[in-house]
Each structure stands twice: as C-alpha cells, then as structure tokens.
Write a protein that binds this ligand. Structure first.
Ligand code: F6R
Length: 616
C-alpha cells in the first residue's frame, strides 16, 4: 500500500513528482523516492526516515541538474521488506537502466525472484517489487520495447498492483499498468502537455482536470502530448474519461493546523452535501444514481453490510436503521472475515460494501465474493469511479470531498448519513414507512448539519475536558443500541491518534467480564444521550461509578439528571435517536484530536497507519 506518481514532459517533472508525493503521503510514508530520466541515463534518489522521508528526499534532489525528460515517484507503506532505504522505491534492474515504482503486492514474487537469480540476476532488496524491474530487463535484453516488455512481464505476475516503469533506452516514456490497485492517468494543459499518472486524482489536480481511469490489466504508454492504452495483448483500447471539478484548495488545509482539524470542521458541509438532492419535495427519497432498480431492491429479503474500521462502525448504525425502518433482516460483518466464512447469499441478498476510499482490499474482495453468489452488490464510497464502484452493481456516493487525514472523520459521518438514506429508501420501496414518519424524519435529517455545527462551536470546552485526562493511559468506551458503534468509533479514534489503550464495549456486556478491569482510577467514557436504552445505560454507569471509575459522559444539552452521574460532560444537542450517532460521535473525535495534540502527536499521520489499506 503506497502512492505512485509519474510525469513526462520538458520541464517541471521533478517539482510535480515531489508535490504529488506530498498529497499521496496519506497512503504511507515509510520512505519516499524518485527515478529521473535524463535521456539515456537514469538517476535515482531515496529516503527512508518515516514521516521525514519526503522532506529528506527534497534535500537529496535539491541540486540535481535540469534536463529531466520523465520521472516516477513513490511513497511507501511497507509490506515486503523493512522500511529501509534499500527497500525504498524506485527499484532498479541489474544495469540500473530500468526503474519501477509499485503499489500493491506481487504474490508470486518469491518464485519469480528464485528464477531470476538462477539466470544471474542480482536482487538488491527484500521487496516483491524489484522482480518486476528484472523481468522487464530480461524482456528488453531480447529486443522488446519498454511497452512490450511491461506487457510480457505483467503476464508473469500474480496479485494486485499499480506500477509505473521507465527505461534509459526510451527517454521521455513511462509505461504503467494496474490490476485491482488504483491508477489514474491524465494529460497536462498547453501545446506540449505532460503525460501524468498517479494513485489518485488529488495528486494531479494542480495540473489537469481530465483523467482516464484504467481497467484491470490495461497498460498505458505516456509520452509528452501522447497517451496510448492497450490490453495486455497489445490491443489499443479507448479508456473511460472523467472530468473532475474538485477544487485543489479543497485538498489542502484551508487555514487549519492539520487536515484532520479542517476535516472535522467540514462535517456539517459533508453531511449537507450527502443529503443534497436526495430528500424530495413529495416526502420521498430519490436515489436515482443507485443503478439497482427499485424492482430489484423490492425483491431483496436480506441485507449484508461489509466494511472495515470506521466504515464498519457506520455499518453497525445502519443495521439498526434498516431493521427498524425497512424491516429487513440485516447482518454486518468485518470484510476480512466475511469472505472466508462461506456466507449464505443469493440473488435476493443485498450486499452493501461501505468504504470511503472504495479501494480497501478486504471490502473489495468481499464484494467480489458476493457477486459470485449473484447477490446484488452496492457500494457506499466517497471516491468517484473507485475500484469498488466498478465491481458493484450500484453505487451511493457520499459527498464529503477528499479526506487527507489518515483517521476518518467527515467521511465516517457522511457514510452514516448515506446509510440512513438507504434504510429509508428501502423502507419507502417496501411500504414500511408511513408518509408522516418520512416527513418527520426528513426534517430531522435536514437539521443534522446545524446540530454538528453546535457541537463544533464547543471545541474549546472539549479541549479543556481532554486536558483533564492527559495522565490516563486506559479508557473504556461504553454505549448501548446506536450508542455502541459511537463508543467503538470514539475508542478507535483515541487509539489511532493518541496511542492510548481504548476499548469500546456494549455497556450491557460489561458485567460478563470486562467489569473485572474497573477499579478506582479507571476512566469510563459513556454515550448517555437520550436514545432508546438511556435508563439501562444509566444503570451501567452506576455500576462502574460504584467501583471507583472516573466517568466522562456524552449527554444531551440540559440533561442535568445524566450530568449528575458524571465527573465531566461532553454536551450534544438531542436528535432523532437513530440519527444520534451523527452528532454524538463529534465530541469524541474532538476529544481524541485534542488529547493527541496535548501528547504532541501528528494527528494527520498516526504511526503504522495508512489512509487506504490495499493489502490483506
Ligand atoms: C479509522 C479509519 C479506518 C478506515 C478503514 C476502512 O479512522 O480511517 O479504520 O475506516 O481502513 O477504510 P475505507 O473506508 O477506505 O474502506
């Protein structure tokens, strides 16, 4: 899981690569590197200093001479081989005349490496990627062009990948390809436009708004002003064009100290945009873009939701909503478990993949598995034309805009909202939602952006509460009903940002074991808003208080009865109980964000994590 970038043109290649790598760092930052083509000569520079890799790479290439005709770059999240400079991309062949950057995994690399060694190749790194440089070297040695050599080499590798290759013998040319992993290509502006490629669109937004998305096993040959896409067999194909209207500003920090802070504050907008145009004047929901017909959806008798991490937590909320409103049995599974447990699916099952990136390999593979059983497959994604959007029968986009901070915030809230819309839409199709209820619920949905704004306006209060817990190392997060996924999400945010132990539990489960851990000094964070099981939640809070726990509660504005049971309170406005997660999770995001800042940690790039997880 890494980010790759490439550019070919007369000038500005190096600056473009470095700026693009900065935008791609959310995909991993164990190391960074570039290979530059000087016309018959390649120059490679790499740095592997974790979060400092790109800054160090910039220093290394500060004084390189002009005359670069093409270049490729890479930012790494290590899978095969330690995050060292030797394992940093780009990787070279034996002669140093072929350079490769790669995102994904070449699964049969060991067997290929053994064969290459037998024929005299010397492999310098422990990575799966390097074999590809040597395969291309072999092919070119027998007279193939770079493009033919890449196509032949691709036929030998198994796995999921996007890769880009340059060769000293073909100045100004980049050949790239993808299978499962993401890759977009574009053309710059002007008379002799640059040929561009990257793992995602924001990395190239400053240079073009017209993109082409490659299908699996398509190969692109880029030269300045020229682009040719072929199949592995060399047949020329017309790629799908995509016009993007995102503003580059939208992908930058906009005055906040970090992306996460900015993205937390963009949540009212993200939720409003996700609702936009979907609540119709006649009190129905319009999801025309869904691509699965109303008749097919009416036929559904079971729903499976598959997702990972924060997206899984959003899916948990949806289970309550779909069962409550649409009266459809709904199961939810962690994607990496789903595909290996023989789920019972058929053509009347709706499988909903939830993924902000649309690229998470576990969710992608779970959806492919579901298709094999003829289930209807829908994806909820924030990225237009992502791999999941291509695999699925239907797509429901969240409109959160690009999210750069590694920890999900605005995309998580937008996912919950999109899933609530789906639940109400299914209810509408099945006739289980009386018009009066629909009207009332639509009104409540429309209020959500303002309620989130109210919570955000109290950020200083949340920061002050966080300040009371700087010495705490262990947190228990408790919730019931839809407060349970909120507790899980609050715990996950704290874990990933502050590196503190934080466990989320359904509060009713506490007495079945975890309560043994409660002793004086334990800190319990509980979601105690007025949702369905508030009274029972208060009993669970009493249980931990009587054992000496310090209690921090998320409570509804003005609810002094709840506040009386707390050592500290995070106040939130009340809403429809099934929509409450959209509001209640916000103070917990802020709590984790400020606690991490108080511990001096980089909230945008927590250690060991990457924004998009494209390996199993
Ligand atoms: C946590 C977080 C991750 C992602 C998970 C799934 O803050 O961001 O847990 O939610 O990796 O990612 P997507 O939604 O892209 O499939």
């Amino acid at each position: 899981m890494c980010g790759i970038i490439g550019a070919t043109g007369d000038e500005g290649v190096l600056a473009l690569l470095l700026d693009g790598l900065e935008r791609l760092e959310y995909r991993g930052y164990d190391s960074a590197g570039v290979a530059l083509d000087y016309g018959h000569d390649l120059y490679r520079a790499r740095a592997a200093t974790g979060t400092g890799s790109l800054a160090d790479l910039r220093k290394v290439v500060e004084n390189v001479p002009a005359g670069v005709t093409a270049g490729i770059g890479h930012t790494r999240w290590a899978t095969h081989g330690h995050p060292t400079e030797t394992n940093a991309h780009p990787h070279l062949d034996c002669s140093g005349k072929v350079a490769v950057v790669h995102n994904g995994i070449i699964e049969n690399w060991r067997e290929l490496a053994a064969k290459l060694r037998e024929t005299g190749h010397v492999l310098a790194s422990d990575t799966d990627t390097e074999v590809f440089a040597h395969l291309v070297e072999e092919e070119m040695a027998s007279g193939s062009s770079l493009a033919n050599a890449v196509r032949s080499s691709l036929r030998e590798v198994r796995g999921a990948f996007a890769l880009a290759v340059i060769a000293a013998s073909e100045p100004g040319t980049i050949v790239a390809a993808r299978r499962v992993s993401p890759l977009v290509v574009g053309m710059g502006d002007g008379d002799n436009p640059m040929g561009l490629l990257a793992s995602d669109i924001p990395a190239l937004l400053g240079h073009t708004r017209r993109f082409w998305v490659l299908d699996d096993d398509q190969v692109v040959e880029l030269r300045p002003g020229q682009m040719r896409v072929t199949t592995l067999a060399g047949k020329v194909v017309e790629p799908t064009e995509l016009q993007v209207d995102w503003d580059i500003e939208a992908a930058e920090k906009g005055g906040y100290p970090d992306f996460m802070g900015k993205e937390i504050h963009e949540q009212p907008r993200a939720v409003a945009d996700t609702l936009l145009g979907r609540l119709l004047a006649d009190d129905t929901i319009g999801l025309d873009e869904l691509r699965i017909t109303p008749d097919d959806l009416r036929d559904i008798d079971k729903v499976f939701i598959v997702a990972c991490g924060s997206s899984y937590h959003a899916g948990l909320v949806a289970k309550y909503a779909i069962e409550r409103w649409a009266r459809l049995p709904t199961e939810i599974d962690i994607a990496s478990e789903f595909r290996y447990r023989d789920p019972v699916l058929d053509e009347r099952t709706l499988v909903v993949g939830v993924s902000q990136s649309g690229e998470t390999i576990d969710t992608l593979q779970a959806m492919s598995e579901a298709r094999q059983w003829n289930a209807k497959v829908l994806v909820i994604s924030n990225v237009v034309d992502s791999s999941m959007a291509r695999v699925a029968d239907g797509v429901l986009y969240t409109h959160a805009g690009p999210e750069v901070g590694v920890a999900s915030t605005k995309t998580h809230l937008s996912q919950i909202v999109a899933l609530e819309l789906l639940a109400l839409y299914l209810a509408q199709l099945r006739g289980t939602l009386p018009a009066a209820d629909a009207r009332r619920l639509f009104g409540k949905l429309e209020e959500l952006p303002a309620l989130i704004e109210t919570v955000l306006a109290r950020e200083d209060d949340v920061a002050a509460v966080a300040g009371q817990f700087t010495k705490t190392r262990d947190f228990f997060f408790l919730g019931r009903h839809v407060g349970f996924p909120v507790a899980l999400e609050g715990a996950l945010k704290l874990k990933e940002l502050s590196y503190l132990r934080a466990e989320g539990y359904p509060a009713g489960e506490l007495k079945h074991g975890p309560i043994a851990l409660i002793e004086p000094g334990a800190v319990v964070v509980a979601v105690a808003t007025r949702t369905r099981l508030w009274e029972k939640m208060m009993s669970n809070i009493a249980e931990v208080r009587s054992r000496g726990a310090t209690v921090l509660l998320v409570a509804n504005d003005g609810d002094e009865e709840t506040a009386a049971e707390a050592d500290a309170v995070l106040w939130v406005p009340e809403t429809e109980p099934l929509f409450a997660p959209v509001v209640d999770v916000v103070p917990l995001q802020l709590f984790a964000y400020h606690l991490a800042a108080l511990h001096g940690l980089d909230v945008d790039r927590p250690r060991n994590l990457a924004k998009t997880v494209t390996v199993e």
